[in-house]
Design a protein around this ligand. Structure first.
Ligand SMILES: [Zn+2]
Ligand SMILES: [Zn+2]
Length: 333
């Protein structure tokens, strides 16, 4: 932790935000542990963090939509709005993308105050708690992953890895009518949360042959498998449990640089592989689902820390201690 002067509004379109809560993401911890993700390398000191909820303290001269005192969700991706990707509706792969807490792009929101452009501030209804607001970021990734897969109504799906992203896939999938959801994780407390949240079946790959167990219950196999843990064994299981014409959604970030696939199975089943890069336009729908109560994220935050205890929060998440699902940094504690 280090002291820096509070940020100030330098552009007329900027908004000064006092942070209220921050969700600790696996990717933040990845930077903390390894100093990089793929080609993105951290130069210390650098604030990470992109799952933020805050309250507006001041706004720049031309800001109209946002007012001081408003509670907001923060959309962490700042896209240029002008490149081929932005113009074709893919701001999440913008050529000049600046993502909060990504080294070389933008400082993160693990900070008492941050400044963001107005366009990245999403006002939220009073009904939502600051925890729910912060969770809208990972939830949006799940909402997007589900949207990129197949219509959920009557579908049979697998979720391999039930951390916050796996949970963020489960909730909208069920809300949209998934019929059967098979969930795996190595942490039993997470599987309990999956059960309570509506998973039809859960299994721990350290204790069970996942492919054999799913195949026994679903001889025709699954329509979609969501890889949410970045593990090779999960990819292998996914390919086993997918039906011919099935879809493999890859969301997890592995700690290695190459996946391997069984060409034989992939080809014979004609499996489609889709990579999910964060999300686009799904923060508002995620907030709406929580507001309407069609998804319930209340079991996601399992641990709370004050800002001063950030290091403990990161250690907990890094070591997967105490059945942690989502650790929240609470700036009010
Ligand atoms: Zn995240
Ligand atoms: Zn762009």
């Amino acid at each position: 932790m280090f002291e820096i002067p509070d940020p100030v509004i330098s552009n007329d379109t900027d908004v000064l935000i006092k942070m209220k809560t921050l969700g600790v993401c696996g990717s933040d911890v990845h930077y903390y542990k390894h100093g990089k993700i793929g080609s993105q390398v951290v130069q210390y000191p650098f604030p990470v963090g992109h799952e933020g909820a805050g309250v507006v303290v001041a706004v720049g001269k031309t800001v109209k939509r946002i007012k001081a005192g408003q509670r907001i969700a923060i959309e962490p991706a700042m896209s240029c709005g002008e490149c081929d990707q932005c113009l074709s509706g893919r701001p999440h792969t913008c050529r000049k993308l600046k993502f909060l807490g990504c080294p070389g792009q933008a400082n993160g929101c693990l900070s008492e105050y941050i400044v963001m452009p107005e366009s990245n501030c999403i006002p939220v209804p009073d009904k939502l708690s600051y925890d729910q607001i912060a969770i809208s970021e990972p939830l949006a990734i799940g909402v997007y992953a589900v949207k990129q897969s197949i219509p959920m109504k009557g579908s049979k799906i697998g979720i391999l890895g039930f951390g916050p992203i796996g949970m963020s896939v489960l909730l909208p999938a069920l809300a949209q009518g998934a019929e059967k959801v098979y969930v795996t994780d190595k942490i039993s407390k997470r599987l309990e949360i999956a059960k309570k949240s509506g998973a039809s079946w859960t299994g721990n790959p350290d204790k069970k042959d996942i492919a054999a167990s799913v195949i026994e219950q679903e001889p025709l196999l699954l329509d979609v498998a969501f890889e949410c843990c970045g593990k090779q064994e999960a990819i292998d299981q996914a390919i086993e449990i997918l039906k011919p014409g099935g879809k493999l959604m890859i969301i997890g970030i592995p700690e290695f640089s190459r996946w391997s696939f069984s060409v034989d199975k992939l080809r014979h089943k004609e499996i489609t592989i889709t990579n999910v890069r964060r999300q686009v336009g799904c923060v508002e729908p995620a907030l709406e689902m929580m507001e309407k109560g069609s998804v319930d994220v209340s079991l996601m935050p399992t641990h709370r820390f004050s800002f001063d205890e950030t290091q403990n929060a990161f250690e907990l998440v890094a070591e997967y201690k105490d059945g942690v699902m989502k650790a929240i940094i609470d700036f009010e504690l």
